[in-house]
Design a binder for this molecule. Sequence first.
Ligand code: FDA
Length: 322
Amino acid sequence: MYKATDWERQATEALKSIARRQDLKELVGRTPALNGLLRRAAARYVAGDARKDGLEAVRGLLAKGYAVSLEYIGENTADAAACEAAAGEMAGLVGELGELGIAARVSFDLSHIGLAVDDGLAFGQLMGLARQAREHGIELFVSMEESAKTDRILDVYKRAAIAEPGIGITLQAQLNRTPDDLAGLEGLGGPMRVVKGAYRESADMAIGRSEALNERYLRLVETALAQGRRVSVATHDEALIDAVIARGWAGQGLEFELLYGIRPDLAGKLKASGYPVRVYVTYGEEWYLYLCHRIAEFPPNLYRALADVAGEAAVDSVSAYD
Ligand code: FDA
């Protein structure tokens, strides 16, 4: 497990604060020079601003033998019209993927399409998308957000999954409640993604990166498989991936899923060993927050971001995948 230096820790804490500052986000948006520089760093993790950029990246990855997920980035959208616009973009994406015959999984935060306004709006949008996804043969996947929203996300998800059983859900191993949440989903047979968790949570609710977390992660995967689900092991932690492989689970309804631009070498190694690998591609204009998250969760990415900003050629992450 990577041990950050003191100053790397300070820098990433600063970055997490910066990510939450709306004024700074607006400043980046209206300052072309700053926007252009940061956009160069974001290119490693975000395919582009427009849907066509996301589609181009997933086509490139599919041609190399990877399965793909696509997310139109956004979260905590507090305005109903903006939620409808976001759901409209996702509906357009589902339709276009269906027409092009691209078997991508479409992932999103419920707070991007209504949860930050009210649960009824999120439920209605999710149902609309799920019906459309079923018609086009596209898999829809709900991401998991901070613990203050877990109950509401699971409630909206469960209600929708009863009517549309193919919808997937993401669970976070770091939360102490998650084993109970998984037990509560028994009988709803949709696919599941297990992640460690990207949000900072209080010590009474969650455990940090540790062996104990990895053990809980493995138990969750085992239980989800025992429930008869397809499971995505969504992590870049090589020791954890090795533990999954050692248990003989890989391939038996289980795939590995990695974020676009992160450890393409590991994705390639897993694929070459014959394991199913999915790459999670993002696109959209809300790349700023996404970039901050990716740097904050792995401090050495600060250096990489600097090199990407200063580099002569723009980053093309698809070419990094074998
Ligand atoms: P961990 O953080 O312990 O890192 C282990 C090792 O992986 C590091 O030592 C490093 O080698 C490598 N690594 C990790 N992050 C890296 C980075 N940014 N750059 C380079 N190397 C890195 N979270 C959430 O709360 N809700 C969600 O819905 C999702 N959805 C989701 C989908 C997919 C497909 C993935 C892969 C991840 C998520 N996440 C998420 C994020 C997840 O919770 C977690 O924050 C990140 O995956 C980082 O944790 P790891 O499991 O990789 O391990």
